[in-house]
Design a protein. Sequence first.
Length: 169
Amino acid sequence: MSITIRDWRNDDDVEALTRMLHRAYAPLAAAGLRYMATHQPWEVTLRRLERGRALVAELDGEIIGTLTVYTPDSESTVPLYRDAQTYHFGQFGVEPDHKGRGIGRKLHQAAILHTREQGGRYLALDTAAPATDLIATYQRWGYHIMERMAFSATNYESVVMRLDLHDRP
């Protein structure tokens, strides 16, 4: 199995990518968590891809994972995301049939590399506080919970987590 991590391209099928995200987030939706990626239309997927550095994992010409890295945003409602040294990522998902094969970790490593190349010191994310399995994974990856907040587009309290890239080889 040869996985390629590459930048998303305008000629990639955004509708297929959206359907993959819906499948990837389906267990969270089944748990009652209304992440944007559980139900977003392809137009929202496209806007989110275009706002950052969108990465995809490809296997035999098929996109089986994605993650988008966003630059610091002085207008963000998340205080941590306004920090000039903090990049963050979202719209992170892997096709369910391919989970557990290190694809998410490869996408995450590419996000770390991109953040470092841009001069960022931290990489951050937000996720649902009830998603304890996800939080535990991110903690194993070195993230720490920095704050809690509610977003109007979701039905849960979120935790905002940060990874200090200076603490990683």
